[in-house]
Design a protein around this ligand. Structure first.
Ligand SMILES: Cc1cc2nc3c(=O)[nH]c(=O)nc-3n(C[C@H](O)[C@H](O)[C@H](O)COP(=O)(O)O)c2cc1C
Length: 177
């Protein structure tokens, strides 16, 4: 069974990216899903001085172990001020210090959503350009605009056209595993 690591780049209790990524995981037809919550990877704010003094915190090693275990990764990033949330960036920074090839050449379905019409496209673009430098094989990207209008708690994505696009991206991702 293929292991798929799933998480949202947000620590919000009601994270819309967590809702989207959980819904996306439910569309995966085969594979075993591990859904992580970034709140479980709370670490001091990265600094080179902290690293020199205390080494890399255990949660960063745990996150890395989850990447290692997985055959593929689905992530949906929240956008703060046009980029990563501080929480995701902090995990990213710490874990990237363990090994340069942070994402271990694993296929990634890279996603974002936001309440607005751009659907987090800026953070999506930032990650799409950056992840490949650290072994992230981004096989498909997907952004959901206007989350409230396009997503319902009960049904997930309610716009047929957008849902069809997501299913296509999930299928591309699955084929790459
Ligand atoms: C500090 C801050 C900055 C934000 N910046 C952006 C932004 O640049 N672009 C955007 O589309 N939404 C922005 N938002 C709105 C977020 O997209 C919204 O809070 C969304 O729910 C975050 O995703 P999450 O619910 O998964 O955490 C910002 C929100 C906060 C709190």
């Amino acid at each position: 069974m293929k292991e798929i690591l799933v998480f949202a780049g947000s620590t919000s209790r009601n994270s819309i990216n967590k809702k989207l990524v959980s819904f996306t995981a439910s569309l995966v037809e085969y594979g075993s899903i591990t859904l992580l919550d970034l709140n479980d990877f709370d670490m001091p704010l990265y600094s080179i001085d902290r690293e020199k003094q205390n080494g890399i915190p255990e949660p960063a090693h745990q996150f890395k172990a989850e990447i290692k275990k997985a055959q593929g990764i689905i992530m949906s990033l929240a956008e703060h001020n046009g980029s990563y949330t501080a929480a995701f960036k902090n995990v990213y920074d710490w874990v990237s210090r363990i090994q340069g090839n942070m994402w271990e050449d694993k296929p990634i379905l890279l996603m974002s959503t936001a309440p607005g019409g751009r659907g987090g496209k800026s953070v999506l673009q930032a990650a799409k350009s950056r992840l490949p430098f650290q072994g992230g094989k981004v096989v498909a990207t997907f952004s959901l605009p206007n989350f409230k209008e396009n997503f319902s708690q009960e049904q997930g994505i309610i716009n047929d056209e957008i849902l069809a696009e997501l299913k296509e991206k999930v299928s591309l991702f699955q084929d790459s595993l």
